[in-house]
Design a protein around this ligand. Structure first.
Ligand code: GLN
Length: 281
């Protein structure tokens, strides 16, 4: 049998030659061999057991030929250092969204003196934002909603496996929270424009309900700004992820629908306008 290292090299080339990410191959090897990154390097010159190799090859084929995301094959994705179960029912957590969480944590630290702080994640999907916030600041009171029952099942499972207490509600945007009050609203809503060109691996495998936000990609920001005033405490933070070309339009909407607020845009690691924070002090 070839060694892990040889198998990696061969299959990385196979991926690249087919226009796929070579990095996916190492994730599949590590998953099937039950090795973390450190262990992988310790064992890379050993032969890969045949039985593992065969299952691994099946997954390589599913990734390269059937366009199945590696996260669906291994069943999870890391977000904010935590492992989240993912399926076809939820958006696979993205690195950009980790920056949203970091910023929310920074704002919370500086904005509110009262305890406890009540926080809601709208369109929670896998639960990655809500759960990471609660893991990082256990004294937050965290709620989360999603319109998709199937997505909520995934979020509930993730909250259980990561051992956090979050109130999940199924429903459209803010509707399930009528009558409640929050200090922080956080959301990574669907924001791709109808018909926007999206990589086929995303389009074919991730829920469109989590991706598309109407003709201008702004449908859910509009809804959020219209529905949120009734649920916000006098001092508040609204933290949003959005498309790289939507910051201006979101500013305009927020100015109109949330007057008297401070509106701050932030760039993601790639230098793109990716987040907006709306603050009322
Ligand atoms: N960032 C995601 C993508 O590019 C879209 C996420 C969203 O619509 N909230 O696939």
């Amino acid at each position: 049998m070839p060694t892990y290292k040889e198998i990696l090299k061969l299959n990385e080339s196979y991926a690249s030659d087919n226009g796929k990410e070579p990095t996916a191959i190492k994730r599949l090897i590590m998953h099937h061999a039950g090795l973390n990154a450190t262990a992988y390097y310790q064992h890379q010159d050993e032969e890969m057991p045949k039985a593992l190799y065969q299952v691994f090859l099946k997954d390589v084929d599913a990734y390269i030929k059937k366009n199945t995301p590696v996260q669906h094959l291994i069943g999870h994705e890391y977000f904010y250092g935590y492992s989240f179960h993912v399926s076809k029912d939820v958006l696979i957590p993205r690195y950009e969204t980790e920056e949203l969480v970091t910023n929310v944590l920074d704002y919370i630290e500086n904005l509110f003196d009262q305890k406890p702080i009540r926080c809601v994640d709208i369109g929670t999907g896998s639960g990655c934002i809500a759960i990471s916030l609660k893991k990082e600041r256990p004294n937050l009171i965290v709620s989360a909603s999603d319109i998709s029952k199937e997505a909520l099942k995934v979020a509930v499972k993730n909250a259980q496996s990561l051992g956090v207490d979050i109130t999940f509600k199924q429903g459209d945007m803010m509707i399930p929270f009528a009558g409640e009050t929050f200090d922080v609203i956080v959301s990574n809503p669907p924001y791709l424009k109808t018909g926007e060109v999206v990589e086929s691996i995303v389009l074919d495998n991730e829920p469109h309900v989590a991706l598309f936000g109407g003709d201008d990609g702004l449908k859910y920001y509009r809804r959020l700004f219209e529905e949120s005033p009734a649920l916000l405490s006098p001092r508040f933070l609204i933290a949003l992820e959005h498309g790289y070309d939507s910051a201006k339009a979101i500013r305009k909407l927020a100015k109109k629908l949330l007057p008297g607020t401070e509106i701050i845009h932030k760039k993601d690691m790639q230098g793109r306008d990716r987040m907006t924070f709306i603050v009322k002090k």
